[in-house]
Design a protein around this ligand. Sequence first.
Ligand code: NFE
Ligand code: MG
Length: 566
Amino acid sequence: MARKITVDPLTRIEGHLRIDVEVERGKIRDAWASAQMWRGIEVILKGRDPKDAWAFTQRICGVCTTVHAITSVRAVENALQMEIPLNAQYVRNIILAAHAMQDHIVHFYQLSALDWVDVVSALKADPRKTASLAQSFSPWPGNSVTRFREIKEKIKALVESGQLGPFANGYWGHPAMKLPPEVNLLAVSHYLEALEYQYKADQVVALFGGKNPHIQTVVVGGVALAINPDNEATLNIERLMWAKELLLKLRDFVHQVYLIDVCAIGALYADWLRYGAGVTNYLAVPDMPLDSKGTRFDLPGGTIFNGDFSTVVPIKSFDDPYFRDNVAECITHSWYDGDWTRHPWEEETVPHYTDFQPNGKYSWSKAPRFKGKPMQVGPLAQVLVGYALGHEATKKWVDYAVDKVSKIAGTKVPLSALHSTPGRHLARAIRASILADLALKHLDLLVKNIGQGDLEIYTPPKFPKGVQKGVGFHEAPRGTLSHWIVIEDGRIKNYQAVVPSTWNVSPRDSAGNRGPYEASLIDNPVADPERPLEVLRTVHSFDPCIACAVHVLNPQKQEIVRVKAL
Ligand code: NFE
Ligand code: MG
């Protein structure tokens, strides 16, 4: 008999997510993903100045803190058919690459590693054996016997104090935890080191973005970051060199620690490579533009259907009709008024809450579709599309990672293993490895361009009378993000954000097709229904952000909670 499990709230994510699964004979038979809050930012934007939209949309999220700002200005620039100065492209590219690395590192270590790593088991590890194992994987200087001894003592002190701090409430000793104690100790050590390195990435974001989180230097038409190599108050040589130093350290951490740990954990959980594929239609957009128009990019984008590389179609520019014409959102199962599937420019956002109805409306998330199909977005989509298109850097890092996994697993792991729960983590680490190189490349491009005497940062936008429509897109840490704007007489008439986590948390559509989280849970094992660790593993592998997905406002505007700040 099927047993229904509701996980609500699902934690170590951003926002409020409820997952319902039906389990029969230790396997998931059906699943529902429900976004549990609504924010209404799209509604707030109506009638405002398009030049201000980025400042509002950036507040959609406190995790992907740069992405809605960048995407918003791109949408307005697209509507006005603007070109922006090269320096502005490079500055935005460095910000987005640094932010993505920060986000990917934190996601793996702080938000999901503890689904696979048993902290308490690390107490049984031999620091000497841990060091020799770690050194066989990677030349990282932090992998020393002294360091592992210290970390073991730290965990021991935590456990003995009875106050596990960030390690409280884990599923320690769960039958699905399979790593040897030495790998658990190694992972805890890197968990703590990751905190220092993600901070370096944040410093880079702040150097170019003015502050972090929530950058202040994007504007429609470029960046508000004056460049003068000899002025102390502007972006100057000293700051550029500081950024380089930080990015070099970050690159080594990503290549020698993050990527290697994900390969090792993927290899040691090789049985999981058969779970979690779900929707194998993939969508990614190109990013890191190399010209002022957005026609050449360093990151590839496109689509793949049914996991078949031969179906790959590239998305080539900010203006590509293949992307612009094929996105729609469906609200059959979403808490909005009506039952329609519409192109974002034609949408409206009118809330209509019914409570959770598994066969009716059950989520605040809309169901985005591409050519009518559910699509998985995220680093896995970008890596697979890049591989299928023959993108050089993607090929290099995918081949390296798959080879590393195969060596550690002691068996040849095929590329198709990437369509899986661990595959999403692996793709994220591969993407971070590509970005680690690209961030440095774009910093060099910026320095060279400034060296040639180009100090341009801004082209003023001009809003003509009448209606203009635009789309801005960005490959955010969680995948394809697009903002759709309709401008009338210089004011916002309609604004829709179609967000990566909306694609992935999507409920069923009018044809009954499940969204990617839902589909990926089918057939996953569940060893202990009271402690559904396996559900967390698969859902966390997408890096959910429900704040983004349903862009805190109760529809009845009731007071939800009163807080006294002391
Ligand atoms: Ni709030 Fe976000 C990213 C966006 S959501 S984290 O990345 O857009 O998917
Ligand atoms: Mg939206």
